[in-house]
Design a protein around this ligand. Structure first.
Ligand SMILES: *Cc1c(COP(=O)(O)O)cnc(C)c1O
Length: 361
């Protein structure tokens, strides 16, 4: 039933389904001790400085927070070596992505992205009444030549998630440089680096290599993944100050709440304290990749905190078999399975289940 005159763009959208919780899988399969490797979360708790900062901030939440999160913008600017006017913060980097759509995309416009990629992109395009143009991956990697060819005068936005979700593959800043050089300068190119901290530095740093040269290039990053703050929703973007000015106009008032700002600020100020946990996750990723490769699986080169199994028609079947064994993953029906890197114990549970399920690679 439709109450009121819901926009067709909304009635056409499916309801949002978050990654399945471990508890739900336990109830469905009558098991216990399930682990969730479905949402690319960091399995480790935030560092004590972050928890303390959020506890302190909680005492003041009778007041509105600083809408612009000025202190956090300054700290991020200092941290990554850019002017504070080039930084915006939002309600997760997904919030910033939505703001970019609100800023640049009208009904009838086009948005181009390699595909498969991050699920939020086509949803935001549909919300705006825009056309989402999918450029097929080749061997699970971006085909930037094809993406360039897909850009037409109606194209307002190009989205490049690198490392890509769900395949984990990355493109270098040299490749992006060549790509952006060939585009009209009024097309906004978003480099979504939600998984930057897991990327081999050899791929380059778009903030250093691209933002200074291309006023139309925007980098989005988040504190949700490597910095373990998924639950408080803080992301940031780096771009030309004029882009920041326009994007800022679309921020829901006080969307980056006081507790989130305090936690994010403490995480940024103590960023080096996260290195051991990030290194541990990288070592675990290598271990999982080696074990699966030894078992005969061919995996795309993951530069993120997850691996992708190209299971095609067997995807849902393997997903259910893993769930029966207490491992919750993220299936893309008919395509493949994305499995987050967790703690050594969680990964061992996943590898053990895969060994039981077996299968041709
Ligand atoms: C997880 C993810 C994000 C963002 O997460 P936030 O929690 O909103 O910061 C953005 N892009 C991609 C590709 C992701 O996988």
């Amino acid at each position: 039933m439709s109450i009121g005159r819901v926009r067709p763009a909304i009635t056409g959208l499916p309801a949002y389904h978050p990654g399945k919780a471990a508890e739900q899988a336990e109830a469905e399969h009558g098991i216990s001790g399930a682990v969730k490797l479905a949402s690319n979360e960091n399995p480790y708790e935030p560092i004590p400085q972050v928890v303390e900062a959020m506890q302190e901030a909680a005492k003041g939440v009778n007041r509105y927070a600083d809408h612009r999160a000025t202190g956090l913008r300054e700290a991020i600017g200092d941290w990554i070596g850019v002017d504070e006017r080039q930084v915006s913060v939002g309600c997760g980097s997904v919030g910033l992505l939505q703001q970019l759509f609100l800023t640049y995309v009208d009904a009838g416009d086009e948005v181009v992205s390699p595909w498969r990629s991050f699920e939020a992109y086509p949803i935001f395009a549909q919300l705006m009444g825009a056309t989402f143009v999918e450029v097929p991956l080749v061997d699970h990697r971006f085909d930037l030549e094809a993406a360039a060819a897909a850009v037409i005068p109606a194209t307002k936005l190009v989205l490049l998630a690198t490392p890509n979700n769900p395949t984990g593959t990355a493109v270098s800043t040299a490749e992006i440089h060549e790509f952006v050089s060939g585009l009209p300068s009024d097309v906004i190119v978003v480099v979504d680096e939600a998984y930057r901290e897991f990327l081999d530095p050899g791929f380059g740093d778009p903030v250093r290599d691209l933002v200074p040269q291309f006023a139309n290039l925007v980098v989005t990053r988040t504190l949700s993944k490597a910095y373990g703050l998924a639950g408080v929703r803080t992301g940031y973007l780096v771009a030309h100050p004029d882009v920041v000015t326009e994007v800022d106009k679309t921020l829901v008032p006080f969307a980056v709440n006081a507790v989130a700002q305090a936690g994010a600020l403490a995480a940024v100020r103590n960023a080096s304290a996260y290195k051991p946990a990030i290194d541990r996750l990288l070592a675990e990723r290598n271990r999982v990749v080696s074990a699966l490769t030894d078992a005969g699986w061919k995996l795309p080169d993951s530069q993120a905190n997850f691996v992708y199994l190209d299971l095609g028609e067997r995807t849902l079947e393997v997903c259910v078999e893993l769930e029966r064994r207490g491992v919750v993953t993220r299936p893309f029906a008919g395509e493949g399975l994305r499995v987050t890197i967790g703690t050594p114990e969680e990964n061992a549970k996943f590898l053990g289940a895969m060994a039981e399920i077996g299968g041709d690679a």
